[in-house]
Design a protein around this ligand. Structure first.
Ligand code: 5RP
Length: 231
Protein backbone atom coordinates (compact mmCIF):
# COMPACT_ATOMS: atom_id res chain seq x y z
CA UNK A 1 0.00 0.00 0.00
CA UNK A 2 1.35 3.46 -0.90
CA UNK A 3 1.95 5.94 1.92
CA UNK A 4 -0.21 9.07 1.99
CA UNK A 5 1.40 12.40 0.87
CA UNK A 6 1.88 13.73 4.42
CA UNK A 7 3.69 10.55 5.48
CA UNK A 8 5.89 10.78 2.37
CA UNK A 9 6.76 14.41 3.19
CA UNK A 10 7.63 13.45 6.77
CA UNK A 11 9.81 10.57 5.56
CA UNK A 12 11.68 12.68 3.02
CA UNK A 13 12.39 15.54 5.36
CA UNK A 14 13.35 13.20 8.22
CA UNK A 15 15.83 11.37 6.00
CA UNK A 16 17.20 14.65 4.57
CA UNK A 17 17.88 16.01 8.07
CA UNK A 18 19.59 12.76 9.10
CA UNK A 19 21.92 13.16 6.11
CA UNK A 20 23.22 16.40 7.68
CA UNK A 21 24.55 14.62 10.78
CA UNK A 22 28.32 14.21 10.76
CA UNK A 23 30.54 11.64 12.46
CA UNK A 24 31.84 12.36 15.98
CA UNK A 25 28.86 14.44 17.01
CA UNK A 26 26.36 14.70 19.83
CA UNK A 27 22.86 14.71 18.36
CA UNK A 28 19.66 15.90 20.03
CA UNK A 29 16.92 13.43 19.14
CA UNK A 30 13.49 15.03 18.94
CA UNK A 31 10.05 13.54 19.34
CA UNK A 32 7.21 12.83 16.92
CA UNK A 33 6.45 11.01 13.70
CA UNK A 34 8.74 13.15 11.49
CA UNK A 35 11.74 12.94 13.80
CA UNK A 36 11.18 9.19 14.04
CA UNK A 37 12.27 8.91 10.38
CA UNK A 38 15.40 10.95 11.15
CA UNK A 39 16.26 8.68 14.11
CA UNK A 40 15.73 5.62 11.92
CA UNK A 41 17.99 7.03 9.19
CA UNK A 42 20.74 8.05 11.65
CA UNK A 43 20.66 4.51 13.06
CA UNK A 44 20.87 3.02 9.57
CA UNK A 45 23.84 5.26 8.67
CA UNK A 46 25.58 4.13 11.88
CA UNK A 47 24.97 0.45 11.18
CA UNK A 48 26.21 0.78 7.57
CA UNK A 49 29.42 2.51 8.71
CA UNK A 50 28.53 5.74 6.91
CA UNK A 51 28.56 7.49 10.31
CA UNK A 52 30.86 6.87 13.29
CA UNK A 53 30.87 7.84 16.93
CA UNK A 54 27.42 9.36 17.30
CA UNK A 55 25.86 9.89 20.69
CA UNK A 56 22.20 10.82 21.05
CA UNK A 57 20.51 13.00 23.67
CA UNK A 58 16.84 11.99 23.74
CA UNK A 59 13.98 14.44 24.30
CA UNK A 60 11.40 11.90 25.44
CA UNK A 61 10.75 8.28 26.33
CA UNK A 62 9.65 7.80 22.71
CA UNK A 63 13.05 9.03 21.47
CA UNK A 64 14.82 6.67 23.92
CA UNK A 65 12.84 3.69 22.61
CA UNK A 66 13.51 4.57 18.96
CA UNK A 67 17.22 5.24 19.55
CA UNK A 68 17.58 1.85 21.21
CA UNK A 69 15.63 0.19 18.39
CA UNK A 70 17.92 1.71 15.75
CA UNK A 71 21.17 1.24 17.69
CA UNK A 72 22.03 4.85 18.55
CA UNK A 73 24.04 5.07 21.82
CA UNK A 74 22.53 7.55 24.28
CA UNK A 75 24.11 9.92 26.79
CA UNK A 76 22.72 12.48 29.23
CA UNK A 77 23.33 16.22 29.45
CA UNK A 78 25.62 15.55 32.44
CA UNK A 79 28.04 13.70 30.18
CA UNK A 80 28.54 16.16 27.31
CA UNK A 81 30.09 19.60 26.89
CA UNK A 82 27.71 20.57 24.10
CA UNK A 83 25.15 19.34 21.59
CA UNK A 84 26.31 19.71 17.98
CA UNK A 85 23.01 19.32 16.21
CA UNK A 86 19.39 18.66 17.18
CA UNK A 87 16.64 17.43 14.87
CA UNK A 88 13.05 17.89 15.97
CA UNK A 89 9.57 18.35 14.54
CA UNK A 90 7.06 21.14 15.12
CA UNK A 91 3.32 21.71 15.04
CA UNK A 92 3.46 25.23 13.60
CA UNK A 93 6.27 27.30 12.07
CA UNK A 94 5.91 31.05 11.39
CA UNK A 95 7.94 33.11 8.86
CA UNK A 96 10.35 34.18 11.65
CA UNK A 97 11.14 30.49 12.40
CA UNK A 98 9.24 30.65 15.69
CA UNK A 99 7.47 27.43 16.58
CA UNK A 100 4.64 25.84 18.45
CA UNK A 101 5.67 22.42 19.71
CA UNK A 102 4.28 19.92 22.17
CA UNK A 103 1.79 17.98 20.09
CA UNK A 104 3.46 14.91 21.58
CA UNK A 105 3.52 16.44 25.09
CA UNK A 106 7.33 16.41 24.99
CA UNK A 107 8.05 20.14 24.62
CA UNK A 108 9.69 20.60 28.03
CA UNK A 109 12.59 18.25 27.37
CA UNK A 110 12.60 19.25 23.69
CA UNK A 111 13.12 22.92 24.58
CA UNK A 112 16.05 22.06 26.85
CA UNK A 113 17.80 19.93 24.24
CA UNK A 114 16.91 21.98 21.13
CA UNK A 115 18.00 25.26 22.80
CA UNK A 116 21.38 23.82 23.74
CA UNK A 117 22.22 22.62 20.23
CA UNK A 118 24.74 24.55 18.12
CA UNK A 119 22.42 23.88 15.20
CA UNK A 120 18.73 23.12 15.63
CA UNK A 121 17.09 21.72 12.49
CA UNK A 122 13.29 21.66 12.43
CA UNK A 123 11.70 18.99 10.23
CA UNK A 124 8.13 19.58 9.10
CA UNK A 125 5.73 18.80 6.31
CA UNK A 126 4.46 21.84 4.41
CA UNK A 127 1.13 21.79 6.28
CA UNK A 128 2.91 23.11 9.39
CA UNK A 129 3.79 26.50 7.86
CA UNK A 130 1.57 29.34 9.11
CA UNK A 131 1.47 33.13 8.81
CA UNK A 132 1.19 33.57 12.55
CA UNK A 133 1.38 31.17 15.48
CA UNK A 134 -1.84 29.86 16.94
CA UNK A 135 -3.61 29.76 13.54
CA UNK A 136 -4.21 26.03 13.48
CA UNK A 137 -2.76 24.47 16.63
CA UNK A 138 -3.57 24.91 20.31
CA UNK A 139 -0.64 25.99 22.47
CA UNK A 140 0.47 23.19 24.85
CA UNK A 141 1.37 24.12 28.43
CA UNK A 142 2.82 21.51 30.82
CA UNK A 143 1.47 21.96 34.35
CA UNK A 144 1.95 20.26 37.72
CA UNK A 145 -1.25 18.28 38.43
CA UNK A 146 -2.11 20.16 41.64
CA UNK A 147 -1.97 23.50 39.79
CA UNK A 148 -4.24 22.69 36.83
CA UNK A 149 -7.29 24.64 38.03
CA UNK A 150 -5.51 27.88 39.06
CA UNK A 151 -3.39 27.81 35.90
CA UNK A 152 -6.51 27.39 33.74
CA UNK A 153 -8.13 30.38 35.48
CA UNK A 154 -5.00 32.48 34.99
CA UNK A 155 -4.86 31.54 31.31
CA UNK A 156 -8.50 32.62 30.86
CA UNK A 157 -7.58 36.01 32.35
CA UNK A 158 -4.86 36.26 29.69
CA UNK A 159 -7.52 35.76 27.00
CA UNK A 160 -6.87 32.09 26.28
CA UNK A 161 -9.35 29.21 26.16
CA UNK A 162 -7.73 26.30 28.03
CA UNK A 163 -8.62 22.62 27.90
CA UNK A 164 -7.01 19.70 29.67
CA UNK A 165 -5.50 17.28 27.15
CA UNK A 166 -7.20 13.90 27.35
CA UNK A 167 -5.76 10.60 26.20
CA UNK A 168 -7.09 7.99 23.82
CA UNK A 169 -10.85 7.42 24.21
CA UNK A 170 -10.79 10.19 26.85
CA UNK A 171 -10.19 7.55 29.54
CA UNK A 172 -7.95 9.96 31.46
CA UNK A 173 -5.64 12.92 30.97
CA UNK A 174 -2.39 12.67 29.03
CA UNK A 175 0.53 12.38 31.46
CA UNK A 176 3.92 13.72 30.38
CA UNK A 177 7.27 11.93 30.80
CA UNK A 178 7.74 14.13 33.88
CA UNK A 179 4.41 12.98 35.41
CA UNK A 180 2.60 16.24 34.71
CA UNK A 181 -0.51 17.24 32.71
CA UNK A 182 -0.92 19.30 29.54
CA UNK A 183 -3.32 22.19 29.06
CA UNK A 184 -3.93 23.08 25.40
CA UNK A 185 -4.80 26.73 24.91
CA UNK A 186 -6.62 28.47 22.07
CA UNK A 187 -5.46 32.04 21.64
CA UNK A 188 -7.25 33.99 18.92
CA UNK A 189 -3.91 35.17 17.61
CA UNK A 190 -0.40 35.02 19.05
CA UNK A 191 1.14 38.33 17.97
CA UNK A 192 3.93 38.53 20.54
CA UNK A 193 5.14 34.97 21.08
CA UNK A 194 8.28 35.96 23.06
CA UNK A 195 6.19 37.87 25.58
CA UNK A 196 3.51 35.17 25.85
CA UNK A 197 6.16 32.49 26.32
CA UNK A 198 7.54 34.33 29.36
CA UNK A 199 4.13 35.27 30.77
CA UNK A 200 2.91 31.67 30.69
CA UNK A 201 6.10 30.30 32.22
CA UNK A 202 5.74 32.80 35.05
CA UNK A 203 2.43 31.31 36.21
CA UNK A 204 3.10 29.23 39.36
CA UNK A 205 2.72 25.56 38.48
CA UNK A 206 3.65 25.90 34.81
CA UNK A 207 6.72 23.93 33.84
CA UNK A 208 7.06 24.94 30.22
CA UNK A 209 4.95 25.98 27.25
CA UNK A 210 5.27 25.03 23.60
CA UNK A 211 6.36 28.41 22.20
CA UNK A 212 9.91 28.14 20.82
CA UNK A 213 11.00 31.69 20.01
CA UNK A 214 14.37 32.30 18.38
CA UNK A 215 15.49 28.69 18.93
CA UNK A 216 15.31 27.20 15.42
CA UNK A 217 18.25 27.66 13.04
CA UNK A 218 17.08 25.80 9.93
CA UNK A 219 13.57 24.81 8.84
CA UNK A 220 13.51 21.84 6.49
CA UNK A 221 10.15 21.44 4.78
CA UNK A 222 8.87 18.29 3.11
CA UNK A 223 6.67 18.96 0.08
CA UNK A 224 4.92 16.98 -2.61
CA UNK A 225 5.62 18.38 -6.10
CA UNK A 226 4.10 16.77 -9.18
CA UNK A 227 3.08 13.83 -7.02
CA UNK A 228 6.69 13.33 -5.84
CA UNK A 229 7.94 14.10 -2.31
CA UNK A 230 10.82 16.58 -2.08
CA UNK A 231 12.58 18.75 0.53
C1 5RP B 1 6.28 16.62 20.33
C2 5RP B 1 6.47 17.63 19.27
C3 5RP B 1 6.53 17.12 17.86
O1 5RP B 1 7.79 17.40 17.35
C4 5RP B 1 5.46 17.79 17.06
O2 5RP B 1 4.21 17.48 17.65
C5 5RP B 1 5.48 17.33 15.59
O3 5RP B 1 5.13 15.99 15.51
P1 5RP B 1 4.99 15.22 14.13
O4 5RP B 1 6.34 15.19 13.51
O5 5RP B 1 4.48 13.86 14.53
O6 5RP B 1 3.99 15.96 13.29
O7 5RP B 1 6.57 18.80 19.48
O8 5RP B 1 6.09 17.23 21.58
Amino acid sequence: MNADPVTLMKQQVGYAAAAKVQSNSIVGLGTGSTTAYAIQAIGERLQSGDLQNIKGIPTSFQAIVLARQYGIPLVTLDEVEKIDIAIDGADEVDPQKNLIKGGGAAHTQEKIVDSLADQFIVVVDSGKLVDHLGSTFLLPVEVLPMAVTPVMKAIEKLGGKPQLRMGVKKAGPVVTDQGNLVIDVKFDRIDQPAELEKTLNNLPGVLENGLFVGVADIIMVGEVKDGQPSV
